[in-house]
Design a protein around this ligand. Structure first.
Ligand code: C5P
Length: 201
């Protein structure tokens, strides 16, 4: 059985939490594809060229402690606009998607480019204010020196770049189910995602 669940959406909409919960619920593997771009972005901050970083990405890059920083996020979104960098990461993502036993991939272009044949496509979104508030709390809890205004500005800048790029822009696939989590507790968002998946598989 190879079932693929594609979960896309803007930053801090709840994709990561929903993806982890759904993968655990159905016993599928989970790949946070944002981590691939963050790891490339982090290697570029270390001085490597974007393509070299993407082509030489190693498993240990995905566990670097600095991947959740604002700098890594910004650098990720800059390298993610480069078609060569995206192309270098396609095979790994598609191989994961075909994994026996099912796979959940979350990102920006999973339903549109990486896995257009996914059995289930969700586009998870929420208002800018709600997303910024969630991300601010998350980062502040780790001790990062952030302000709510700074986090909101970073999210908007990143979403604008991700949506405007020519290659694989952030947008819902035509056949995606849109889940707006602005007014939902995380438990409800997960329950709705599970219901969509159960109806489809
Ligand atoms: O999901 P996350 O916020 O960790 O992603 C970091 C950045 O990586 C995004 O802002 C986006 O530019 C890029 N990305 C992408 N395509 C994906 C996943 C992430 O372009 N499938």
């Amino acid at each position: 059985m190879t079932i693929t669940i594609a979960i896309d959406g803007p930053a801090a909409a709840g994709k990561g939490t929903i993806s982890k919960a759904v993968a655990a619920r159905f016993g599928y593997g989970h790949l946070d594809t944002g981590l691939l771009y963050r790891a490339v972005g982090a290697r570029v901050l270390d001085g490597e060229s974007p393509l070299e970083a993407a082509e030489n990405l190693r498993p240990e890059d995905l566990t670097r402690e600095d991947l959740r920083s604002a700098d890594a996020a910004r650098s990720a979104s800059q390298v993610a606009a480069l078609p060569d960098v995206r192309a270098a990461l396609v095979d790994f993502q598609r191989a994961f998607a075909r994994r026996q036993g099912g796979a959940v991939l979350d990102g920006r272009d999973i339903g549109t480019v990486i896995c257009p044949e996914a059995e289930v496509k969700l586009f998870v979104t929420a208002s800018d204010a709600v997303r910024a508030d969630r991300r601010y709390r998350e980062m502040a809890a780790t001790g990062a020196e952030v302000t709510p205004e700074g986090v909101l500005a970073d999210l908007r800048e990143r979403d604008a770049r991700d949506s405007a790029r020519a290659t694989a822009p952030l947008k819902p696939a035509e056949d995606a189910v849109v889940l707006d989590t602005s007014e939902m507790e995380i438990g409800e968002a997960v329950a709705q995602a599970v219901a969509v998946i159960e109806a489809a598989i």
